[in-house]
Write a protein that binds this ligand. Structure first.
Ligand code: GAL
Length: 626
């Protein structure tokens, strides 16, 4: 059975609404809800005073109706009484401003009072609901990602640094503090990277991100262990995605019983579905490093909030996106939230049950999707990928430091187009950390891997299959210290090239390569050191090179050019899509014994017959538009 449901926030509604909720949930085929995510003030209206009677009634009501509960620890939104009693537990931003309650996530994860309060509420919930028959899993916190620069953080940061470097000299060396007179003479002099006068130290910034990830993971593990002390239900937390999220999914995956992601694509049409595919491949890959299972904890049933306002969702898209997740291995897909709020900060956020109520296009689609998921023959097994795309949060974080040679250098902007090109080709891929065992793959793609440890470099250089590396890779080690002797530092020998100079290009300037494809943004002066040029710039110098099974792409290709290049690379390695391309609007994914074919386009598509495929009389299957 695939999970299907949403965040359910009954605390926003009078009790008579709850029975209507549950009746409509049944109609929609909902079988799981996340409960209590933001209910701390309701559960503990003042310090140590608990009100569980209402939650008891909700849990019972859901159970009586066959709906399971993903019960949350409500720690992402401490109540006002907490922050007034413990102002030192409020987050301080990098400018030194202490934020106050009035929104959510107003806590410092390192503050002792916050930790104590979190332990207390988690213990109370675990004790009370561990044996409740509705309990299906635990949802710790919500979207870890709050940054803090306060004095508690400073203490915790120093402890983390002491564990990492042991000696202050080692820290001074790792941070290259000889530059700009930054040498530390005592641990107490080390601070979180608060606002400073000009360019900050990139190694300091990166260690702070690493620290935040570990510190938040520590918070998760504490709650998890409390819950596990009372209950055997799986424990998860929902990952947010974005450059602001200081969570390293690879290290977290090992601590979770189930990977859960929130997926809010911020582009329409093809861009949106490429983001869905990427999020799903990443989640499945995290799961493969830990608990094996993953699910979508949140998506939007209608308009999605983006930085540019709300993005409308065309009819049927939530079904197609949900099935795309399932095709890539999801154990289910949920929404934020069940019933659209009437007030509060997200009163215009979409929901399974919109403001208009059940007589609405969205609710009809939600019900149809519930039926579709229920009726899917059980999908077993996993997608099988022969291609891996290296995904490294540390390179992402390191590339966010100011002072890079071009403002156009962006990690996600290096990786996402490579993944999107595979998507266009219908080639399944996994994501993998740079130190993973890669021997099961035929092709490994390394876009924008700015930072590589010695261990990762040895792993990638020793990988026996086809390796393709993109520009701005292999340049610095884990201390953000340049690997000297020519770029791309760590990968020079494997790629058979040596670069002595970068030539960032102004925005909007493009040029044609010898292959006829367009390049832009970035150039390098590449000397061949064994490799041959397979594409050259107009002046005849190498743009793309090949050295046996190793490729180097030293410029930014347009999307069609990238797709053509990857088609050639994967074909040469003997990798092909599960069926020949059905055009750019048809997504084809194999999961175990099932082939998912999703038509995102506005025209019907005829599927070719293939040996072993059951097709209706007439010899072919027609997949309707959308
Ligand atoms: C998520 C969050 C939800 C809700 C949603 C809105 O990031 O976990 O609580 O705020 O965004 O899109």
């Amino acid at each position: 059975m695939l999970y299907y449901g949403a965040d359910y926030n009954p605390e926003q509604w009078p009790e008579p609404v709850w029975s209507e909720d549950v009746a409509l949930m049944r109609r929609a085929g909902v079988n799981l809800v996340s409960l209590g995510v933001f209910a701390w003030a309701r559960l503990e209206p003042s310090e140590g005073e608990y009100r569980f009677d209402w939650l008891d009634r909700v849990m019972d009501l859901l159970h009586d109706n066959g709906i399971g509960v993903n019960l949350a620890t409500p720690t992402a939104s401490p109540p006002p009484w907490f922050s007034l009693a413990h102002p030192d537990a409020l987050p301080v931003n990098r400018d030194g401003v202490r934020l106050v309650h009035g929104s959510r996530d107003t806590y410092c994860v390192s503050a002792p009072a916050y930790r104590t309060a979190c332990d207390r509420i988690a213990t109370q919930l675990a004790r009370r609901y561990a044996d409740h028959p509705a309990l299906a899993m635990w949802h710790v916190h919500n979207e870890y990602g709050t940054w803090c620069y306060c004095d508690h953080t400073a203490v915790a940061f120093r402890d983390w640094l002491r564990r990492r470097y042991r000696e202050l000299d080692a820290l001074n060396d790792a941070w290259t503090t000889s530059f700009w007179s930054q040498g530390y003479g005592a641990w107490e002099q080390v601070l979180p990277p608060r606002a400073t006068q000009y360019l900050p130290n990139p190694a300091h910034l990166l260690d702070y991100r690493r620290f935040l990830s570990d510190e938040m993971l520590g918070h998760f593990v504490r709650a998890r262990d409390i819950l596990r002390g009372f209950s055997r239900a799986p424990v998860t937390t929902n990952f947010a995605f974005g450059g602001w999220v200081p969570v390293n999914g690879w290290s977290w995956a090992k601590e979770l019983d189930l990977i859960a992601i929130d997926c809010y694509p911020d582009a329409a049409g093809r861009g949106g579905r490429q983001q869905v595919a990427f999020a799903a491949d990443l989640a499945r890959s995290y799961a493969s490093q830990g608990p094996d299972k993953w699910m979508v904890m949140e998506q939007a049933a209608d308009m999605t909030m983006t930085a540019d306002g709300h993005l409308a969702r065309p009819a049927g898209e939530l079904t197609r996106h949900t099935l795309a997740h399932v095709a890539r291995g999801a154990s289910g897909a949920m929404f934020f939230q069940w019933r659209a709020s009437a007030g509060g900060a997200e009163l215009w956020h979409a929901a399974m049950l919109p403001h208009a109520g059940p007589r609405s296009r969205v609710f009809r689609e939600v019900c149809a999707l519930g039926r579709t998921l229920r009726e899917l023959p059980e999908v077993r097994g996993e997608t099988h990928s022969e291609v891996a795309v290296i995904w490294d949060p540390e390179s992402w974080w390191a590339m966010q430091a100011p002072g890079l040679p071009s403002p156009s250098l962006d990690y996600l902007d290096a990786v996402a187009p490579v993944h999107a090109a595979l998507y266009r080709l219908g080639i399944a891929c996994d994501c993998a950390p740079p130190t993973a065992d890669l021997t099961g793959y035929r092709v490994v793609l390394v876009p924008g891997l700015y930072l590589v440890s010695d261990e990762a470099a040895a792993n990638l250089n020793g990988y026996p299959g086809t390796l393709a590396v993109w520009y701005f890779s292999g340049l610095v080690d884990e201390r953000v210290r340049v690997r000297p002797g020519g770029y791309p530092g760590a990968f020079r020998e494997r790629l058979g090239v040596r670069v002595d100079q970068f030539a960032p290009q102004p925005p909007g300037v493009g040029w044609e390569l010898s292959t006829g494809d367009t390049a832009s943004t970035w150039r390098e002066s590449v000397t061949l050191d064994g490799a041959v040029a397979v594409a050259t710039h107009p002046d005849g110098t190498p743009a793309i090179t090949r050295y046996g099974d190793s490729w180097y792409v030293s410029t930014r290709l347009s999307d069609p050019g990238l797709t053509r290049l990857l088609a050639g690379i994967v074909a040469a390695a003997g990798v092909s899509p599960p069926v020949p391309s059905l055009g750019g609007d048809v997504e084809v994914v194999r999961r175990g014994g099932s082939l998912f074919v999703i038509n995102h386009g506005d025209h019907p598509v005829e599927l070719p017959s293939a040996p072993g495929r059951t097709v209706p009389a007439g010899g072919f299957l027609t997949l309707p538009a959308y």
